[in-house]
Design a protein around this ligand. Structure first.
Ligand code: FA5
Length: 342
């Protein structure tokens, strides 16, 4: 047995040192150290020896195994080194070739529009705050004066989740409650951008997922005049200094009074066309003075504090700015559309 082992060790090492490729090395490993290799079969046959010979034979087998493993490791490292040196001497790098340019990415048109909106409001002292897309019924509706079974719920067709009272927000207005509760009694000037979801049929101006940017200002002596000033300034910064705006009475349960802001049609300049449905005006956003009950729900005393809020759709704003006919282009991932805004 011991002679057999010594013979095996010698043959294996001789063979190993003559190997010239990684493939041959792997074949050697399988032949000697693999599960069906020679050394493994010697190990297996130890049990057949007379008991008094087993300890010495076991020790010797382990010694040979370790010696072969070590030699294998060294040979592998040497072959690898040789291979690398060979590659380095054969392959040449032409450093004079021009580099391959990495195509830079660019922002999606919705994100570009959001950035423009942020910049305009930041210049007026508004901070950007993000609030969750998955909301409670309480924040999305009830604390905004829309109790269960209130007919105003029809204005926001809702995606509910399987968890009772948890839904995908239908607008960014629940962020008003979150921010007021976080900052009360500090004055607030924030915009709250993010995705909203409505269970609606897709039309040229309606998607089931879209962005909104909410605005909220709360403090002492905040008036409707402030609301009109801020929003008129926004429209002129976004669409041009000569833009006319008008405020139309509207209804939102969480603002009182409420108003929608229209801008003179960017396409026909107010004369009337297909885009503005021959009215000369385009609706840009919903707004109003924060309802006293909503201020209370946010922790503010409506006898001391007042505020204004607004909500706009950046996709609709981008549609006007760039003359985009259908809202479905925004999220269809068609590069022919997206690359126009690179
Ligand atoms: C609201 O969602 C109110 N929360 C806005 C508001 C905030 C009013 C604060 C008062 C105070 P409305 O449903 O009109 O209102 O939506 C506001 C804007 O979101 C719309 O003018 C439009 O630009 C955009 N929008 C609404 N629904 C969709 C839709 N399905 N697809 C794309 N944009 C939409």
């Amino acid at each position: 047995m011991l002679d057999q082992l010594n013979g095996l060790e010698k043959t294996a090492l001789d063979e190993l040192h003559s190997l010239a490729s990684m493939e041959a090395l792997e074949a050697w490993r399988l032949a000697y150290l693999g599960r069906k290799g020679s050394l493994t079969s010697v190990l297996r046959s130890l049990g057949k020896l007379p008991p008094e010979q087993r300890p010495a034979a076991g020790r010797e087998t382990n010694r040979v195994k370790l010696a072969l493993e070590q030699a294998y490791g060294e040979q592998a490292a040497a072959l690898k080194r040789e291979q690398t040196l060979r590659q380095l001497s054969q392959e040449q790098i032409d450093v004079t070739l021009p580099g391959r340019p990495v195509e830079p990415g660019y922002l999606h048109v919705s994100t570009q529009t959001l950035c423009e909106i942020y910049a305009i409001f930041a210049a007026m002292g508004f901070q950007v705050v993000e609030t969750p897309e998955v909301e409670t019924d309480n924040n999305n509706f009830q604390l905004l004066n829309i109790p269960p079974y209130h007919p105003a719920r029809d204005m926001w067709s809702t995606f509910h989740t399987t968890r009772e009272g948890v839904l995908l927000r239908t607008h960014t207005s629940p962020g008003q409650i979150r921010v007021m509760r976080q900052y009360c009694p500090e004055p607030i000037r924030v915009i709250l951008p993010g995705k909203c979801y409505r269970y609606e049929q897709v039309t040229a101006r309606h998607e089931s997922m879209f962005y909104q940017v909410e605005g909220l200002a709360v403090g002492r002596h905040v008036t409707m005049g402030d609301l009109k000033g801020v929003l008129t300034h926004f429209a002129r910064q976004m669409f041009g200094a000569n833009r006319k705006v008008r405020f139309r009475c509207s209804y939102f349960p969480f603002t009182e009074p409420s108003a929608e802001m229209d801008m003179d049609c960017i396409i026909c300049g107010g004369k009337g066309c297909r885009v503005c449905e021959h009215t000369g005006w385009l609706e840009i956003l919903g707004s109003g003075m924060v309802h006293p009950q909503v201020l209370k729900n946010g922790g503010y005393d409506p006898a001391v504090y007042s505020g204004f809020a607004f909500g706009m759709g950046p996709e609709r704003i981008a549609m006007l700015k760039h003359g985009i006919e259908h809202i479905r282009y925004f999220f269809a991932n068609d590069l022919r559309f997206l690359q126009q805004f690179a």
